[in-house]
Design a protein around this ligand. Structure first.
Ligand code: NAD
Length: 475
């Protein structure tokens, strides 16, 4: 079985740990490679390499540094098909999704930050007797930790701004989906990125991730993953006063008013609930529907969901692939059982999908659950959505905000004033009106409440990965 190697100081190297984690194809339920469960010594080597590379990378002329990011984008693009297929096999998500979203957006992330850093400027403040200007220097060696649901996309969303701003990087992808991160290292090698600028260590959260977070020479941690992991990371990083960006879980509401463009709202809501088997932090898992529209919307929604094709992720006709792992499969099914015990009525789905092997779950729609139920409060992160009617705008707001999370909300209405009122009062970092997952890379991305701390995206990311230093000169 192939062993995926770490990438340290420009070389593929084995870990000094003799523990390995199997890398499983979730559509087959079989291991097809393995990664090392890297330890603190491996992390230390990677941090040393990144520290050695910092003086050259951080002082490199901007145009040259940005040029490397463009080359990384070109390098992924040159192997587009290979990357799309690898992401599909590693995650179980449909190939068409990796072709339309994951890999093109990963390429865009590098192109965007190559361009953004060329435009980035710092502030200056002038008065009659003094000039203040703010330097934006790189933070130093930064640690980047990513989850399994959009593996290359979310990792590149961190690597690109970190490198663009002049930092050197130690990255740790999810142990559940390591393949495209490994392939990215080959691109870094091929384009001749100076050694040590980008390092990648594979392994589990407790051994590899925590060693990275706790390393005293790592000056900032950018993390995307679950809320409980985020809290744990904060407890390790905060005493060392590290800069932290935490993009965490969600339980997003989609609010559908009776005055919405019905066909568009219906079609997009099926997508917002079930894209990537519901395993996108931005998926709407609680659908709130205005009472007068409820019976029609529910019936049409369920009919549409029943047409989703669950099956082989490599087949381009497939809408729903496998969920990412056996453990996640069991977790999602246990939440469906919980929802039933809490009084939920399964309108469609509710069980494993028929398959010869692998971890497939039927897209599941549930109604009749109170908002306080655990199934409506806890993150399931799978192909499961709940429906609930509301009578008024106030009630819709109350229900949508009845969550510890605050990542994204979607509102469907043709009343512009109502849309603005909802946008102001919804407790979420991202609000979509009459759309979903539409991304402008310049905008701030992230959540409030238990969904995180800090923002990624555009200038927010470049600000996170730089240290502001004010210089005041008196005339
Ligand atoms: P996870 O928290 O289990 O793992 C995420 C990463 O953290 C992995 O690389 C893991 O190895 C690492 N990790 C685990 N424990 C660690 C520790 N103690 N120290 C350092 N690193 C550690 O999350 P997951 O199951 O991979 O991903 C799903 C979660 O991610 C969901 O909660 C989802 O909502 C969230 N997510 C959030 C966003 C966002 O932008 N807010 C985007 C995608 C996913």
């Amino acid at each position: 079985m192939d062993t995926i190697l770490n990438y340290i100081a420009g070389k593929f190297v084995p870990s000094s740990s003799d523990h390995f984690i199997p890398n499983i194809n979730p559509a087959r339920g079989e291991a097809y490679s393995r990664i090392p469960d890297s330890n603190a010594d491996d992390v230390n080597l990677a941090v040393e390499a990144a520290s050695m590379a910092l003086p050259i990378w951080s002082k490199m002329p901007l145009e040259e540094r940005a040029g490397y990011l463009d080359k990384i984008a070109d390098g992924i693009e040159a192997r587009l098909e290979e990357f799309c297929r690898a992401e599909c096999v590693d995650t179980g998500k449909p190939l068409q999704l990796t072709e339309q979203v994951d890999i093109p957006r990963s390429i865009q992330n590098f192109r965007f930050f190559a361009s953004a850093i060329r435009q980035f400027s710092s502030e200056s403040h002038l008065d009659a007797s003094s000039l203040n200007y703010t330097r934006r220097d790189p933070v130093g060696v930064v640690g980047l930790i990513s989850p399994w649901n959009l593996p290359l996309y979310l990792l590149s969303w961190k690597i690109a701004p970190a490198l663009a701003a002049g930092n050197t990087v130690v990255a740790k992808p999810s142990e559940v989906t390591p393949m495209t991160a490994f392939m990215l290292c080959k691109v870094m090698e091929e384009i001749g990125l100076p050694q040590g600028v980008f390092n990648l260590v594979h392994g589990s959260g407790p051994s590899t991730g925590e060693a990275l977070v706790g390393h005293p020479r790592v000056k900032a941690i950018s993390f995307t993953g679950g809320t409980s992991t985020g809290k744990r990371i904060a407890s390790v990083a905060a005493p060392q006063l590290k800069k932290l960006s935490l993009e965490l879980g969600g339980k997003n509401a989609g609010v559908i008013f009776a005055d919405a463009d019905y066909d568009k709202a219906l079609a997009r809501t099926v997508r917002s609930a079930f894209t990537n088997q519901g395993q996108i932090c931005l998926c709407t898992s609680r659908l709130l529907i205005e009472e007068s529209l409820y019976p029609k919307f529910r019936d049409d929604f369920v009919s549409r969901v029943r047409t989703l094709k669950v099956g082989d992720p490599l087949n381009r006709q497939t809408d729903q692939g496998a969920v990412v792992s056996e453990a996640h499969f069991n977790k999602v099914l246990s939440y469906i059982e919980l929802a039933k015990s809490e009084g939920g009525k399964i309108l469609t789905g509710g069980k494993p999908a028929k398959a010869e092997s692998g971890w497939f779950i039927e897209p599941t729609v549930i109604e009749g659950l109170p908002m306080e139920s655990r199934a409506n409060q806890e993150e399931i992160f799978g192909p499961v959505v709940t429906l609930m009617p509301f009578k008024s705008e106030i009630e819709a707001l109350r229900l949508a905000n009845s969550s510890i999370y605050g990542l994204a909300s979607v509102v469907w209405t043709s009343d512009l004033n109502k849309a603005h009122r909802m946008a102001e009062r919804l407790e979420a970092g991202i609000i979509w009106i009459n759309t979903w997952m539409k991304r402008d890379l310049r905008t701030p991305f992230g959540g409030m409440k238990a969904s995180g701390m800090g923002r990624e995206g555009g200038l927010e990311a470049l600000r996170f990965f730089t240290e502001p230093k004010n210089v005041c000169i008196e005339f």
